[in-house]
Write a protein that binds this ligand. Sequence first.
Ligand code: PAF
Length: 315
Amino acid sequence: MTTPTPAVVSSREELRDALLAATLGSPGAAGGPARRAVVMTMGALHDGHLELVRRARAEAGPDGQVLVTIFVNPLQFGKGEDLDTYPRDLDGDVAKLGTVGADLVFAPTPDVMYPDGDPVVRVSAGCAGQVLEGVHRPGHMDGVLTVVLKLLHLTRPDVALFGQKDAQQLLAVRRMVRDLDLDVEILGVPTVREPDGLAMSSRNAYLSPEERGQALALSRALRAGAEAGPRGGAPAVLATASGILNAAPGVVVDYLALVDPDTVEDVPADRTGPALLLVAARVGTTRLIDNQAVDVVAAPETPAVVPLTGQEATP
Ligand code: PAF
């Protein structure tokens, strides 16, 4: 579907006016206010982002409004991370957004988002931000939640959509919405993959062709781990996935974890049921994350061998 190129605003005032104009100009199907769906991004958009926007369009409906924010948030980058080199292509992003039904783009500068410099008051992700990513990127999740909360206040959506690839981020956002009584629905959208399994990410652009091949070990390990779930329980899931990652050339693992999808806590070895297998690894200088849902089934007992007696063997 081709729609007109979305309008781009960068100041708070322009955003407020555009939101007001949309609210006045477009009553919802039942005559009430039209639904607004927001997709927050850092730009360098790929098909994974575009899928979020397509879903946002479906959520907002034909009379609703789809708003995409593009902002590389300094608060969520640590020292020595890729804040300065993070890919930026606003014109290219806006052109892509025109193909998937976005109505409006909010692309503020850091001065607009943080007019007083670094914010003194921030959101703490608490324990949801201290494990996994939090161990390797201290403060990252607090920076994410702080900007997400600000963008929710500025854009006032009915629904905000986030990719399941950033599983810990999605969980932390859901937790913030619950714990701080925010009046917004949060929707998780499945990860979009390249045909060979690589999870789409703006950071894939950093990979050399050789590293791109090496990076496939992440999705391969997750798939193999998930396939081991119905056979050997949690220990088999982890052993299978780590076997593949440890044997993969050029891949340095930050963590591999099998967690409860609601709490991100490690699942005990004897736990059965739905779980999430997550990996973060560096391929060259590029840090990638991925995850996969796993159905953990109890490890089978050593199969009992029942010898046939002469009588049973005789028909
Ligand atoms: O997932 C991202 O792209 C970012 O973490 C987000 C949610 C836009 C906040 O900066």
